[in-house]
Design a protein around this ligand. Structure first.
Ligand code: GLU
Length: 505
C-alpha cells in the first residue's frame, strides 16, 4: 500500500471550556502533523445534543489562536473533507448506519429506558450483548412486520452494534503496544438514536476518521476503553486496511495525591485548568484562564509539551519549532503525568528572562498607564531591565516597580523602626548636600562620590544605604540604589530625600 499522507485530527465535543489536557492532546497532534508534513484537522463532535454548550466551539477556536496552534482544515478553517461539524453530517451517518443494518452487523432495538432498568434489576451486571440480546425487544427477536410497524408508528429506537463474542481484538497503540481484549466483554453499543436522528460518538467518530482519511488517532487515555469497539467498527465496515494507528496519551494527574487532574484541583490550589477564562453560560460561574492569569502562550506550550513526553536530555526550554523536530510520539510515557503547576510558573519566569526587555515593556506599558503614569517606552524598558528577573508574570511588576514612577507617600513602619536610626535624618541632610554637588549623575560616578564621602565620615555603608533606600523607595527592598537614583535623576532623588527627612525626622 502506498504511504498515506499523515492526517490527524483534534475532535473536541463542545460541552464547555477546553480542559488543559485537551490542549495537550491538540498540541501533540499538531507536533506530529508538522513533523510529518501532514495535515491537522479540527472537527467538532457535537452529536450529543444534550451536552451542547453554546460558545464552547468559539472558545476552543480562540484558545488555539492564542496558543499559536494552527489547523490546516476544519470548522472555521475550511477544507475539502467538510462539513467538519458532525451535526451537519446527518445524511452521511444515516447511510453508514444502514450499511451495517443491511449487512446484519447492527440491529434495531426498541427497549425503553424503563424496560432496560427492569432488566438491570432482574439480571446482575446486566449488559446488552450476545447473552442478553435474545431477551430484549429488538429486530433480532421481533418479526420483521412488527419492526416495520413500530418504526412506521414513530416509536423511538436505537441501532446497536452486534458484537460477536469470542473474537480477539487488538489495538495496536504507538505508546502502549499491542493492547488485546476479547470481544465478549464489550456490550452492543448504541450507534444511532432515532430520537435525535443522530449517531452516537462512536459511529460518527469512526465514519469521519475514515472519510477524512485520518491516519493517526492521537487522543487521551480516557478513550482507550473505546478503542476495541472502534477496531471492530473498522472491521465491520471493511476498512481495516486504512484503519488509523492509535496513540493514547497518558492522563494528567493531580499536582498532589492520587487521581486525575480536575477543575477542583485548580480551584483548591489556585491555578487555571483552562487556556482562557471561561464564563459558564448555565451557572454563570467564571473560571480563570492561563491567558488572563498572565501566562505567555509559549510558556504554556512548553510546559504542556513536557507533560507525558521528554526529549531524553536535560533541555527544558523549547520553541514550538524545536518541539516539532524533537517530539516523538513513541517516546510518550504510559504512566500518567503529574500536573506540576509550579513548573508552569517556572516556565513563565524563564520566558520573561528570555524575552527582550522591549517585549516585556510592551506588555507592561499599558499597566503603567492604567495606574495613571505617563512614561516613555525607553524609561519603562529601563525599569523592566532592572526588575524582570524578580517576577514570574508581567502583572507582578507594578507592585514591585511603582516606586520608580511614583514617590512613596508613606514609609513601611517596620523598616522605619529597624533602619531609620536617631542620626539618620542628619546623615540624609548631609547626603542630600553631597548629591547636590554631583554633576555627572552616572551610576559609576555617584557610587564613587557617595562611597568616598561615607568613608571620609567613617559612617557605616549599610546604615547610610538603608536609610537612603527607605527615603527613596518607602520599603527595605529593591534594586541597587544607584540604579534607582540614576533612573530618578538628581532633582527627583533630592525631592524624595528632603521629603523623607521632613516626614521621618
Ligand atoms: N469527541 C471526543 C472528545 O471529546 C473525541 C475523542 C477522540 O479523539 O476520538 O475528546
Amino acid at each position: 500500500m502506498a504511504e498515506r499522507k499523515v492526517r490527524v485530527r483534534f475532535a473536541p465535543s463542545p460541552t464547555g471550556a477546553l480542559h488543559i489536557g485537551g490542549v495537550r492532546t491538540a498540541l501533540y497532534n499538531y507536533l506530529f502533523a508538522r513533523q510529518h508534513g501532514g495535515d491537522l484537522i479540527f472537527r467538532i463532535e457535537d452529536t450529543d445534543t444534550h451536552r451542547f454548550v453554546p460558545g464552547a466551539e468559539e472558545y476552543i477556536i480562540e484558545s488555539f489562536k492564542w496558543l499559536g496552534i494552527k489547523f490546516d482544515e476544519g470548522v472555521s478553517f475550511g477544507g475539502n473533507y467538510g462539513p467538519y461539524r458532525q451535526s451537519e453530517r446527518r445524511d452521511i451517518y444515516k447511510k453508514y448506519v444502514n450499511q451495517l443494518l443491511d449487512a446484519d452487523k447492527a440491529y434495531i432495538a426498541f427497549d425503553t429506558p424503563e424496560e432496560l432498568d427492569v432488566k438491570r434489576e432482574e439480571i446482575k451486571n446486566f449488559q446488552y450483548d450476545a447473552k442478553t440480546r435474545g431477551l430484549m425487544r429488538n429486530s433480532l427477536t421481533l418479526p420483521k412486520e412488527e419492526v416495520d410497524k413500530l418504526i412506521a408508528e414513530g416509536k423511538q429506537y436505537v441501532v446497536r452494534f452486534k458484537i460477536e463474542p469470542g473474537e480477539a481484538v487488538h489495538v495496536n497503540d504507538l505508546i502502549r503496544g499491542d493492547v488485546r481484549i476479547m470481544s465478549d466483554i464489550l456490550d452492543d453499543k448504541v450507534l444511532y438514536k432515532s430520537a435525535d436522528e443522530l449517531p452516537t460518538y462512536h459511529l460518527a467518530n469512526i465514519v469521519d476518521d475514515h472519510l477524512m482519511e485520518i491516519t493517526h488517532v492521537i487522543r487521551g487515555e480516557e478513550w482507550l476503553p473505546s478503542a476495541p469497539l472502534h477496531v471492530l467498527l473498522y472491521r465491520a465496515f471493511g476498512w481495516e486496511d486504512t484503519m488509523p494507528q492509535f496513540a493514547h496519551l497518558p492522563l494528567l494527574l493531580k499536582p498532589d495525591g492520587k487521581g486525575k487532574l480536575s477543575k477542583r484541583d485548580g480551584d483548591r490550589l489556585g491555578f487555571p485548568v483552562f487556556p482562557l477564562e471561561w464564563h459558564d453560560p448555565k451557572t454563570g460561574e467564571v473560571s480563570s484562564g492561563y491567558r488572563e492569569s498572565g501566562y505567555f502562550p509559549e510558556a504554556v506550550i512548553n510546559f504542556l509539551a513536557l507533560l507525558g513526553w521528554n526529549p531524553g536530555t536535560e533541555q527544558e526550554l523549547f520553541t514550538l519549532d524545536e518541539l516539532v523536530t524533537l517530539f516523538d510520539i513513541t517516546k510518550c510515557s504510559k504512566a500518567g503525568a503529574r500536573f506540576d503547576f509550579q513548573k508552569g510558573i517556572w516556565f513563565n519566569h524563564e520566558y520573561i528572562l528570555r524575552k527582550s526587555n522591549e517585549e516585556i515593556a510592551a506588555d507592561f506599558a499599558p499597566i503603567v498607564k492604567e495606574n495613571g503614569v505617563e512614561e516613555t517606552m525607553e524609561r519603562i524598558t529601563k525599569v523592566v531591565s532592572l526588575m524582570k528577573d524578580r517576577v514570574n508574570f508581567v502583572n507582578e511588576l507594578w507592585p514591585l516597580c511603582s516606586f520608580f514612577f511614583i514617590a512613596p507617600t508613606e514609609y513601611d513602619e517596620k523598616t522605619v523602626r529597624k533602619r531609620w536610626k536617631d542620626n539618620s535624618a542628619q546623615v540624609m541632610v548631609e547626603l542630600a548636600d553631597v548629591i547636590e554637588g554631583i554633576d555627572d549623575f552616572s551610576i559609576g560616578n555617584q557610587e564613587k562620590i557617595v562611597e568616598g564621602w561615607i568613608e571620609s565620615k567613617e559612617y557605616k555603608l549599610g546604615d547610610v544605604m538603608n536609610a537612603f533606600r527607605l527615603a527613596l523607595v518607602g520599603i527595605g527592598k529593591g534594586p541597587g540604589m544607584f540604579d534607582i537614583t540614576n533612573f530618578l535623576g538628581k532633582e527627583e532623588t533630592l525631592k524624595r530625600l528632603h521629603r523623607a527627612i521632613e516626614l521621618l525626622k
